[in-house]
Design a protein around this ligand. Structure first.
Ligand SMILES: CC(C)(COP(=O)(O)OP(=O)(O)OC[C@H]1O[C@@H](n2cnc3c(N)ncnc32)[C@H](O)[C@@H]1OP(=O)(O)O)[C@@H](O)C(=O)NCCC(=O)NCCS
Length: 166
C-alpha cells in the first residue's frame, strides 16, 4: 500500500540472482566509504560472500523495494545461532535518499526480524563516528545511543524488543 510519503515499501530476502546488483551497490563510492571495511571488494570475494551469506543461519539480508524497485539493503547478523543480540546495517542507494525510505524500511525490518528470530532481544547499530547523518537516522528510528560501550571508531546504538512491543 502506498503511504502518505508516497512510498510503497516491501522487503524481500536476498537471492543469489542479486549478486551483480549488490556488487555494484557495494562498490559504489557512496556505500564503500561508509562500510566497516571502507574498501571495494573483488567480484570473486563478493560472490563467495553472497553465496555463504545466503546459507548462513546467523545472517538475514533483505532487499528494500519501493514500488517494486530495488533501492537498498538491510542486513542482520548474530555472532552465533543462540545469540539474543544481532547487529544491523542498512543502506539506501543514492537516488532514493531522504525520502523516508530508510526509516520506513528499518521499522518493517525490525518487526520482521523479531518475529523471525523469536529469541532476539536486542539489535545493535554500529555507526562510524564521522557518520552524523546515520547517527540522527538511528536516533530518529528510536535506537538509543550507548555511551558506555565503544568499538574502535564507531558509536553503538541499541534497539530493544521490550521497547518495540510497548
Ligand atoms: C542512513 C540511511 C539508510 C538513511 O536513509 P534515508 O532513506 O535517506 O533516510 P530517511 O529519508 O528515512 O530519513 C530519516 C531520518 O534520518 C536522518 N537523515 C537522513 N538523511 C539525512 C541527512 N542527509 N542529513 C541529516 N539527517 C539525515 C534524519 O533524522 C531523517 O529524518 P527527517 O527527514 O525528518 O530529517 C542512508 O543515509 C544511507 O544509506 N546511508 C549510507 C549507509 C549508512 O551510513 N548506513 C548506516 C550505518 S549501518
Amino acid at each position: 500500500m502506498t503511504d502518505k510519503t508516497g512510498n510503497n515499501i516491501k522487503l524481500r530476502e536476498l537471492q543469489k540472482e542479486d549478486a551483480q546488483m549488490i556488487f555494484e551497490w557495494r562498490n559504489s563510492d557512496f556505500i564503500s566509504k561508509v562500510g566497516s571495511l571502507q574498501k571495494k571488494v573483488s567480484w570473486k570475494e563478493h560472490q563467495n560472500w553472497i553465496l555463504s551469506a545466503i546459507k548462513d543461519t546467523k545472517k538475514v539480508i533483505y532487499i528494500i523495494q519501493n514500488h517494486g524497485t530495488d533501492v537498498g539493503q538491510i542486513r542482520f547478523e548474530k555472532d552465533n545461532d543462540d545469540s539474543t543480540q544481532a547487529s544491523i546495517s542498512i543502506y539506501v542507494i543514492e537516488p532514493y535518499l531522504k525520502k523516508g525510505i530508510g526509516l520506513e524500511s528499518l521499522n518493517i525490518a525490525c518487526k520482521m526480524i523479531f518475529q523471525y528470530w523469536n529469541d532476539l532481544q536486542q539489535i545493535d547499530a554500529l555507526v562510524r563516528e564521522e557518520n552524523l547523518k546515520s547517527q540522527s537516522f538511528f536516533t530518529k528510528a528510536g535506537f538509543l545511543y550507548s555511551n558506555n560501550q565503544h568499538i574502535k571508531q564507531h558509536k553503538i546504538y541499541h534497539f530493544y524488543k521490550s521497547d518495540f512491543l510497548k
